[in-house]
Design a protein around this ligand. Structure first.
Ligand code: SF4
Length: 386
């Protein structure tokens, strides 16, 4: 362990992630906090017999409360936080000079692919941690607002992804002074846990995530689909640059399912050129074109899974290709429908985001944000813990 990390309270828990979660929940000395990725709410109900793509954010919050977590927080909130940090970083790189194109950094499979295979392009990655890892604020700001001892907090993330466990175990993910996120489980594992604890998911009432870090916007929600991070960043970036409302909140130019698509958007005086890649193999020609000077873009979103996180490897299992296609389409539709029904759809308008900057982080890309919410890419420079 790095010297900065204290002796882990949780070292005695055994190796299976669900057993670690159960042990933490049963331990009276431990405060448990959970966060759920945007795409989980688009698919969890499928494991309880619902139609493909049924959105169940409120039953999900209720299930997590019945399981016994002390704080039900949300990765959608940290997705909004990511936009504040990543949008500010992009604006700085474009207007003040910096490595371009800037790549998104919220997909750990993509990040480690780039680190291993194109290390000369590591500086193109946004330095922002992923929304999961911005969960570092649960053990810091979250501990502060509830007067908890951070040493006693055990954080669990529920993800559509089989790569997020690797990410939370990365050695550098310890800005809180502890491992920032203790365990990542998948949507499927959460469904198993709900069933194992005898909770009748379909009979649960609608409940909300806990405040303040359970408050989220439509922009945070669309992180679950290809093009969503880009669209969320444009909604905020446009308004921060121009000081005017974006003409259309739905930025349809970046939506779609083509594995590589580009768009040019007028943002004030800037002609912003963006690209979206979905499916990891499709990024190789894009990277080669950039290296050869054949592609000139400011910002590129890359997601490993076929249509983004709604199609992640940790989502409810579908065996037939036809079922998978239908599920991906339904979950994508569900994501945009959830975005459209939310009262606030831009990350910078989330009042809980404004509050965290006022009370704790002070300013996007500031000193505290850099310490807590940004990282350095060091595969090949450091060893992993496991
Ligand atoms: Fe994980 Fe896939 Fe989402 Fe990447 S796109 S974060 S691999 S679920």
């Amino acid at each position: 362990l790095p010297a900065t990390l204290k002796e882990p309270l949780f070292a005695a828990y055994n190796n299976c992630n669900l057993d670690k979660v159960k042990a933490a929940l049963a331990d009276k000395n431990v405060i448990t906090m959970v966060e759920c990725a945007p795409a989980v709410r688009m698919a969890i109900a499928e494991d309880f017999g619902a139609e493909l793509g049924t959105v169940e954010a409120k039953k999900l919050a209720a299930a997590l409360r019945r399981i016994g977590f002390d704080k039900i927080y949300d990765t959608n909130f940290t997705a909004d936080l990511t936009i504040m940090e990543e949008g500010t970083e992009l604006i700085k790189r474009v207007t003040e000079g910096g490595k371009l194109p800037m790549f998104t950094s919220c997909c750990p499979a993509w990040v480690s692919f780039l680190e291993r295979n194109y290390p000369e392009m590591k500086d193109n990655l946004s330095t922002c941690k992923s929304p999961q890892q911005m969960g570092a604020i649960f053990k810091t700001y979250g501990a502060k607002i509830d007067n908890y001892d951070p040493a006693k907090i055990f954080t669990v993330s529920v993800m559509p992804c089989t790569c997020k466990e690797f990410e939370c175990n990365r050695e550098e993910m310890n800005s809180s002074g502890y491992q920032d996120v203790d365990v990542a489980i998948t949507t499927r594992e959460l469904a198993y846990l709900i069933k194992d604890m005898g909770i009748d998911f379909n009979q649960l009432p609608d409940e909300d995530f806990d405040q303040p870090m359970g408050m989220y916007t439509g922009a945070g929600t669309i992180f679950g689909v290809t093009g969503g991070v880009m669209e969320a960043a444009i909604r905020t970036g446009y308004e921060l640059i121009t000081g005017k409302p974006i003409p259309a909140v739905d930025v349809t130019a970046v939506r779609g399912s083509d594995t590589f698509r580009t768009a040019t958007l007028q943002v004030g005086d800037i002609e912003l050129k963006v690209g979206i890649v979905t499916g990891l193999k499709n990024v190789i020609p894009v990277l080669e074109d950039i290296k050869a000077g054949k592609l000139d873009l400011h910002f590129i979103e890359v997601m490993t899974c076929p249509v983004g996180c709604v199609s992640g490897g940790g989502q409810p299992k579908l065996l037939l290709d036809s079922e998978k296609e239908a599920a991906y389409e339904a979950r994508t539709k569900g994501t945009y429908a959830h975005d459209a029904e939310l009262p606030i759809r831009k990350s910078h308008e989330n009042p809980a985001i404004a509050k965290i900057y006022e009370e704790y982080l002070l300013t996007p890309n500031g000193k505290e944000s850099h310490h807590m919410l940004h990282t350095k890419y060091c595969i090949g420079e450091n060893e992993f813990k496991k």
